[in-house]
Structures are given as structure tokens and as C-alpha cells.
Ligand binder design. Structure first.
Ligand code: HEM
Length: 149
């Protein structure tokens, strides 16, 4: 079985759900409407469920594409290493955001919304960088610049 081939399909879920959670939370902050609070919570739960799947399929794909005897060289090796590190950093930031949100739901304190907002901004940045590094490996380092050429 080649589970790693699912990576390209799976990765869109944590990227989209983490960003949608941040947008919904921003709208909740601006409007104070429960609709956006719930939307943010569900998207965050979706990100929690799908980031581990992206990590597992990513590790599997790396093993399938680059078995020990044909380890990637040069810039591809560097991109893969940073991509993997940023994937785990994203998971850590997500876990911290979830913990703060749970504490906040149990007993509100003034620091929690501020820390939660900062963690959600960090999550969007980290997962964006992870996806960008993945895109650079597949489509080349200038994939973004080529959108405008
Ligand atoms: C939050 C977790 C992750 C996200 C969001 C993510 C995102 C991506 C994206 C967007 C791509 C480009 C897919 C395409 O268009 O074909 C990609 C490719 C890839 N990712 Fe990940 N990834 C994650 C975790 C990992 C991990 C932990 C590894 C393990 C090293 C990994 C290894 C790879 C490999 C090997 C490729 C394909 C490179 C190639 O085809 O040359 N990913 N990833």
C-alpha cells in the first residue's frame, strides 16, 4: 500500500480548516456573533483531526519517494527538512491554541483571548509556510512568483 500518495489530497484539509478557523474567529471578535464562534470551533476541531493525517502521509511519502539509498540532495533535501520541521511546529502551535481555548471555555481570564489570537495568527503563518515549502518541492522555488508572470 502507498499511503503517502494520499498526502497531496490530505494536505488541503488542515491548510483550509486552520485558515477558516482563524477567519471565523476574527469575524467572531469583530461581530461577537455566536455563529462565528461555533464556525471557528468546528474548523479548529477539523484541523486537529486532519493535521495528524497530513503528518503521517507526509512521512510515508518521504519514505516512498526517498528510500535511504536515494536520499534527496541539495535544495530538495533542505526544503524537505524545513517542510517537515514546519509541519511539526504547526502541530505544536495548534495544540497550544486548543489548550488555551479549552482553558478559556472553562474559566475566562483576560489573557486567554489575546494569547489565543496570537496563537491562531502563528498557526496561519506556520501552516502557510509548511504548504509553501511543499509547493516549492513539487512546483519549484518560484511557484508563487510564476502566478504573476
Ligand atoms: C501540516 C502538515 C503538512 C502539510 C500542510 C503539508 C503540505 C504539503 C503540500 C501542500 C505539498 C505539495 C503537494 C502537491 O501539490 O503535490 C506537500 C508535499 C510533500 N510533503 Fe508535505 N505537508 C505536511 C507534512 C509533511 C511531513 C511531516 C512530511 C515528511 C517529511 C511531508 C513530506 C512531503 C513530501 C515528501 C512531499 C512531496 C515532495 C515531492 O513530490 O517532491 N509533508 N506537502
Amino acid at each position: 500500500m502507498h499511503l503517502g500518495h494520499l498526502h497531496v489530497a490530505v494536505v488541503h484539509f488542515p491548510i483550509a480548516l486552520a485558515m477558516a478557523a482563524a477567519v471565523a474567529d476574527l469575524l467572531w471578535w469583530l461581530t461577537q456573533r455566536d455563529l462565528f464562534r461555533h464556525a471557528g470551533l468546528y474548523c479548529l476541531a477539523g484541523a486537529v483531526l486532519t493535521i495528524p493525517a497530513a503528518l503521517l502521509t507526509g512521512d510515508q511519502l518521504a519514505d516512498e519517494l526517498f528510500p535511504p539509498d536515494i536520499a534527496p540532495q541539495g535544495s530538495l533535501a533542505t526544503l524537505l527538512e524545513y517542510h517537515q520541521i514546519m509541519a511539526f511546529v504547526s502541530l505544536g502551535v495548534l495544540a497550544a491554541a486548543v489548550v488555551v481555548r479549552i482553558l478559556w471555555a472553562r474559566k475566562a481570564a483576560r489573557w486567554q483571548p489575546v494569547l489565543y489570537g496570537m496563537l491562531m495568527l502563528a498557526l496561519v503563518a506556520c501552516i502557510g509556510v509548511t504548504g509553501d515549502l511543499g509547493g516549492k518541492m513539487v512546483y519549484g522555488a518560484d511557484w508563487f512568483a510564476r502566478l504573476f508572470s
